[in-house]
Design a binder for this molecule. Structure first.
Ligand SMILES: Nc1ncnc2c1ncn2[C@@H]1O[C@H](COP(=O)(O)OP(=O)(O)OP(=O)(O)O)[C@@H](O)[C@H]1O
Ligand SMILES: [Mg+2]
Length: 456
């Protein structure tokens, strides 16, 4: 149900639209002139305005203008007379959501109304962060789980507390870390993500802490580490669970003393940056398994924030799909792109093991490849249509500096082992089955990764 303002100088049309809109459950107010419309907008901003293009001697474009000037502008649908395409073009140019031509079809109008209202509520949800420079790049989500995440983000952002962001791959941990940065007084300073898993141990320490000339072969001059060069910004230690134990010890000391010792130097350099760490591993389990230092976990985990997987907030799927579709449609200059109802249903059914990232890829791929405005089931990957196995999923093939295929595959394997164990509640039999492995082969892989027999 939305709050709709109907503007028309013809009383019979006002009445007709009022009845029609109420029949669909909308709360309707009416105005018969530009002045009345302005007053109504001022009393309370509606979510949608339906205005005639011609209001006697006045113009519906002025209603449009007044509506667009509100802090959170309503969507505006303009009703134009038959045979006046120029007025429709002008209305669209000035930011109308869409137009209908008189005499209009009731169903056509109501379809537009529903779409406009939905678009507007999507915008309202995003407004809080948008107004704070986070931009249109984030979808807040209306699921209780995500609402809670954003409310914690807003509370911790202004503080200096170290935050640990956890969650499966692709859930939006980096999005959350950036939000913490952008909503903090540090927003004007750099946000520096460092992928601790993708960089070789020696290189990582010099990246983070810096080095002095001659510290190692190739160190031809002094170099400031990221913790220092980030200034008063935020450093995101991404994939912190992948840090080698040796680096963990050093990092702990650095965080305790808020000083770094560049590689090869004996001099400590203070730093100001805030630390946000992220991981898709269960660090408590890593501590138990002896792969992560408990004291470092305590240091990082002053405030912890878990980003829930998409399958646990399915109510966000339709809006999120629309959010990504709208964005790619704008990029492609194809504003009429939309998902067919079958596609939407398939998306809602799909479990999205790759979470939001996967969903974004699916939508962008469909939009880019589709020749038609309606994205039908066939535009979705077979996996999402429900007709293929996970092996056909497309992996991320970027090759960052210091990349090692062996280490990468090991990491993937370890994550699958963890995930399967997590889903099976620790039952190795079930975990093996989910991975399509024999029990023997599963046990062998656990041992290879040093996972203890009772590690779940
Ligand atoms: N709430 C959101 N609104 C808009 N886009 C999102 C949201 N959450 C995630 N995304 C998008 O999904 C992709 C993955 O997000 P992000 O990189 O933050 O995930 P991650 O949890 O850090 O994943 P990984 O563990 O693989 O590093 C990004 O392209 C991001 O823009
Ligand atoms: Mg990430």
């Amino acid at each position: 149900m939305a709050d709709v303002l109907v503007v028309d100088d013809e009383p019979s049309i006002r009445e007709f639209l009022e009845v029609l809109l109420s029949k669909y459950g909308h709360q309707t107010r009416t105005a018969g002139s530009l002045r009345e419309a302005r007053e109504a907008l001022e009393v309370k901003a509606p979510e949608l305005v339906v205005t005639d293009f011609r209001l006697g001697r006045e113009s519906g474009l002025d209603v449009l203008k007044a509506a667009r000037a509100l802090p959170l502008p309503p969507e505006v649908i303009v009703v134009t007379a038959f045979g006046t395409p120029a007025s429709a073009v002008e209305a669209m140019r000035q930011g109308a959501y869409d137009y209908v031509t008189k005499p209009f079809d009731n169903d056509e109008l109501m379809l537009l109304v529903e779409r406009a209202v939905e678009k507007r509520s999507l915008r309202a949800e995003n407004r809080q962060l948008r107004s704070s420079a986070l931009g249109a790049s984030v979808f807040m989500g209306s699921s209780p789980a995500m609402q809670q995440v954003w409310s914690i983000v807003q509370k911790v952002a202004p503080t200096r507390a170290t935050v640990l962001v956890t969650g499966e791959s692709g859930t939006g941990k980096e999005v959350v870390a950036r939000a913490i940065h952008l909503l903090s007084p540090r927003a004007g300073h750099p946000f520096v993500p460092v992928n601790c898993g993708a960089i070789a141990e020696g290189v990582l320490e010099s990246e983070l802490f810096g080095h002095v000339k001659g510290a190692f072969t190739g160190a031809t001059s002094d170099r400031q580490g990221l913790l220092v060069s980030a200034g008063e910004g935020t450093v995101m230690l991404d994939e912190v669970g992948e840090l080698p134990l040796g680096t963990q010890v050093k990092l702990l000391r650095v965080l305790q003393e808020r000083q770094v010792k560049p590689v090869g130097s004996s001099r400590e350099v203070p730093f100001e940056a805030r630390i946000v760490a992220a991981t898709n591993r269960n660090l408590e389990a890593e501590v138990k398994a002896g792969r992560f230092r408990e004291d470092l976990l305590f240091r990082l985990n002053v405030i912890s924030l878990e980003v829930p997987p998409l399958r646990q907030r399915r109510e966000d799927v339709p809006r999120l799909a629309e959010f990504f579709l709208e964005r790619i449609a704008r990029e492609l200059g194809r504003p009429r792109l939309r998902l067919s109802s079958e596609s939407l249903e398939a998306l809602q059914r799909f479990s999205f093991p790759g979470n939001v990232r996967q969903m974004q890829n699916v939508i962008e791929r469909a939009a880019t490849l589709s020749d038609t405005d309606e994205l039908g089931l066939a535009s979705l990957p077979p996996l999402v249509q429900g007709t293929a196995t996970p092996m056909e999923a497309e992996p991320d093939l970027s090759l960052p500096v210091g990349f090692s295929l062996e280490r990468h595959l090991d990491t993937i394997e370890r994550r699958y082992l963890h995930e399967a164990l997590r889903r099976s509640g620790g039952s190795k039999m079930k975990a093996a089955e989910q991975l399509g492995l024999s029990f023997r082969s599963f046990r062998y892989r656990l041992a290879k990764h040093g996972l203890p027999p009772d590690d779940a």
